[in-house]
Write a protein that binds this ligand. Structure first.
Ligand code: SF4
Ligand code: SF4
Length: 446
């Protein structure tokens, strides 16, 4: 079978000037100086130093642990819930956050290798309650759950792997007011370059990347847990725990793929068979860096990402896609699947040449359109290296012909990935990627 040429399925590309102008305008006028996350509000000092010292990054080892955590959350989430409830972005009062599972009530999933005493979550893990309390306040739910997955450790092999706590927050307004207080404290510190009023982080004594710049040795505001203190009834939810254990025990698909995997099937395959030798993929890295940093630090591109993620009410939908072993969410913005990319070119690519220059953008958008039944999608390109501010962003409306054929190709790629016993049978990535890829030796010739 010849190579699938997505360019031949693109029937029309139109630059959409009015959407571009409206976006630029809204970002210019609406841009807050800083966007604060729930995680920031649980560790104000660290949030401050993370912004003031973007040069300090967690050592690779720690980053990999964080990434491993992300993988677990996703696997666990997929086993016990469904895609449309996982990783929900929420925003209120200038604070943003990501709830692990949000169906009827917010659910936070935590993993730990230090056993937790079932009766003692408020004392032992107040930070978990703080976070949940904030999510409850943001989505206006008086109840939430914390699921703790305890990895088995040799000294205590009999620890139950799963604990579920049901927690009530009777006074959400008090939670909100404490959130606003912390948010303003952080913003004030950032503006005045003075972190001395920020409380030290709860893990004060443990190893911290910012300890060499942090003033916590000399300032004395102690960590506090006002939000955890606002929790009402807390009970261990044995029924939900049992249901979760049953769901986890049920047969899971042996492999789950995402749309990114069928755009770059060779890479996806090699990453699965040789994960330990590979650096984490760009997609995972993007997730970690994510929206949780301030807009000032990240610039216009990330503000744009945020506005596609949150949008005005009703503007953004996340549509679950489930096809064979593929499960993912497609972001639909203003009724079209929409992707935002940042080519590293220093001049704009002409419209007609886009599909040949960036076939992976069009594959991605084509798959998203075909899998959700939209004949039109939207590609936004933001050229960071283009000097003129107004010329950096382009918004294109892309119309595809024969959605069925694109869908068939998506399914074919899923099938190939499921059966693959070597990279050679899988479609190659765009050739420019190979020079940046660690899998050259395993991948073999074209
Ligand atoms: S050194 Fe301590 S207080 Fe400062 S950021 Fe790190 S953990 Fe927080
Ligand atoms: S070497 Fe090239 S084709 Fe092979 S996985 Fe890497 S980027 Fe893809």
């Amino acid at each position: 079978m010849g190579e699938f040429d997505i360019a031949s399925y693109v029937s029309r590309i139109e630059a959409n000037r009015s959407v571009k102008d409206a976006l630029m305008q809204s970002l210019r006028t609406r841009r807050p100086p800083y966007r604060v996350s729930v995680t920031d509000l649980t560790n104000l000092k660290q949030a401050y130093f993370r912004r003031k010292h973007p040069d300090i990054v967690p050592p690779l080892e720690k980053q990999q642990l964080m990434w491993a955590g992300t993988g677990f959350h996703r696997m666990f989430g997929a086993a016990v819930s469904s895609e449309e409830y996982l990783e929900q972005f929420v925003e209120a009062d200038g604070v943003v956050g990501k709830v692990d599972i949000f169906d009827e009530i917010p659910v936070e999933v935590k993993t730990t290798s230090t056993p937790v005493d079932a009766e003692d979550i408020l004392q032992r893990r107040p930070a978990y309650l703080e976070q949940l309390g904030m999510y409850c306040a943001m989505v206006d739910s008086h109840e939430g759950e914390i699921i703790i997955y305890q990895r088995q450790v040799e000294e205590s092999p009999w620890v139950s792997p799963l604990l579920v706590y049901h927690i009530a927050f009777p006074d959400l307004e008090k939670v909100r007011s404490e959130m606003r207080r912390r948010r303003d404290l952080l913003l004030q510190a950032l503006i005045s370059n003075d972190p001395s009023n920020l409380p030290a982080c709860p893990w004060f004594n443990r190893q911290c990347d910012y300890s060499r710049v942090c003033d916590c040795q000399t300032t004395s505001v102690k960590a506090s847990y006002e939000i955890a203190g606002l929790a009402g009834e807390i009970y261990v939810d044995g029924r939900t725990r049992q249901q979760l254990l049953e769901k986890m025990a049920a047969p899971q698909p042996s492999q789950v793929f995402r749309i990114n995997d069928i755009v770059f099937p060779r890479k996806a395959y090699l990453e699965r068979v040789k994960p330990q030798e590979a650096l984490p993929t760009k997609e995972v890295r993007e997730e970690q860096e994510d929206y949780l940093r301030s807009i000032d630090e990240r610039g216009f591109l990330d503000a744009l990402r945020d506005s596609l993620r949150y949008g005005a009410p009703g503007e953004v939908q996340r549509i679950p896609v489930q096809q064979a072993a593929l499960t993912d969410m497609v972001r639909v913005w203003q009724d079209r699947p929409t992707i935002l990319r940042d080519p590293k070119f220093s001049s704009l690519v002409e419209r007609e040449r886009l599909p040949r220059t960036f076939p992976h953008y069009f594959l991605r958008l084509g798959f998203e359109c075909a899998l959700t039944g939209h004949s039109r999608g939207r590609l936004m390109t933001y050229y960071v290296k283009v000097p003129k501010e107004d010329a950096k962003l382009m918004v294109y409306d892309v119309r595809f012909r024969s959605l069925d054929a694109i869908r068939v190709e998506a399914l074919r790629r899923i099938g190939l990935l499921e059966k693959a016993e070597g990279a050679g049978t899988l479609p190659r990535c765009p050739s420019w990627m190979c020079s940046y890829c660690d899998y050259g030796a395993e991948c073999g010739p074209a």
